[in-house]
Ligand binder design. Structure first.
Ligand code: CDT
Length: 311
């Protein structure tokens, strides 16, 4: 690949999507932001996790039909097709998160990469599912990703999208160093992700400011240590009274935030990402082929939980 490559990279943060909001209205908002991103020089737009609906894992839902309404049975489907059509017309590529229900009845928290020709060029199914599967009656809301989704079965893969190497992940994955390292070992240049992060942690009394600082610090450290750009799009604000953090960002391979959303509403942030910056780190301090010592990293794949010190 030639040097001096740049990518017009946009993140389209979304404000609340309430239970009453139709898919048509949501897709209309995405198209609006796609157009704005194009007018500001972007070629690729990152949309949030579960972008087409409210963050439904917060609800205990027993009625199967009611639950099924949150999943997409095909992609693109007639309601989402206008987004694909507009992106192709504008020659834009995009990342989109949604709940997937397969023909076999399997359920995944999924993201796709759609290229400038309007074709799905990559799919990811979320691996690090947070939350629980039981009904927490005393909690102010639920986090039922472990009930409503299976652990993804596609691994962390890198896709060549219009001559840029993209890795994908989703929300909680961004907190895990393994995510980025597996992608950067496949030469990812840009890691794209969507998220829905409730401001309140139902498991312990976590100060609200930490929700934002751990979100940012995870991505800044990982961008630097893996020499990748990271672009993260949140769905935020108050969805039917349940608040989620904003702070959608684009992080350079230096670990620096180069663009950050300042509202908790639909907001587009854009940067001209110099892909050579990552290359500089990949050739020197993080030249993996030269400096990694996998023989000393065996525990990473041999152990799941922490155990005894090695003898
Ligand atoms: N959607 C998602 O993965 N949210 C998680 C919440 C973690 S707390 C149960 C996140 O990492 O932001």
């Amino acid at each position: 690949m030639s040097s001096n490559r740049t990518l017009g990279l946009a993140v389209a943060q979304m404000g609340a999507v309430n239970l009453a909001d139709s898919r048509e209205a949501v897709v209309g908002r995405l198209i609006e932001m796609l157009r704005e991103a194009k007018s500001r020089g972007a070629e690729h737009v990152v949309f949030p996790e579960l972008a087409l609906t409210t963050f439904f894992p917060r609800y205990w839902i027993e009625d199967q039909e009611e639950l099924d309404r949150f999943y997409e049975k095909t992609m693109p489907n007639p309601q989402v097709q206008p987004l694909f059509d507009e992106a192709r017309k504008l020659e834009m590529s995009f990342y989109l998160g949604y709940a997937e229900l397969t023909p076999e009845g399997r359920r995944f928290n999924t993201s796709i990469l759609v290229n400038k020709a309007g074709n799905i060029a990559g799919k990811y199914r979320k691996i690090h599912l947070p939350g629980h599967s039981d009904h927490k009656l005393d909690a102010p809301f639920q986090h039922l990703e472990k009930k409503y989704f299976e652990v993804g079965d596609l691994g962390f893969r890198v896709f060549n999208l219009d001559e840029t190497l993209f890795g994908m992940c989703l929300c909680n994955d961004r907190r895990w160093p393994e995510t980025y390292r597996v992608l950067s070992l496949q030469s990812a240049e840009v890691v794209v992700l969507g998220y829905n992060t409730p401001s309140v942690n139902i498991h312990w009394n976590e100060p609200v400011h930490l929700r934002t600082s751990t979100h940012l610090i995870s991505m800044q450290a990982s961008a630097y240590q893996n020499a990748v750009w990271v672009a993260a799009a949140g769905k935020c604000g108050s969805e039917d009274g349940f608040h989620m953090i904003g702070s959608s960002v684009i992080v350079a391979p230096t670990g620096e935030i180069v663009a950050r959303a300042i509202t908790e509403e639909d907001e587009v942030i854009v940067t001209k990402a110099d892909l050579q910056i990552g290359e500089n780190f990949r050739q020197h301090v993080f030249n993996f082929a030269k400096h990694r010592s996998p023989e000393h990293y065996r525990l990473i794949v041999e152990r799941v939980g922490a155990g005894e010190p090695l003898a």
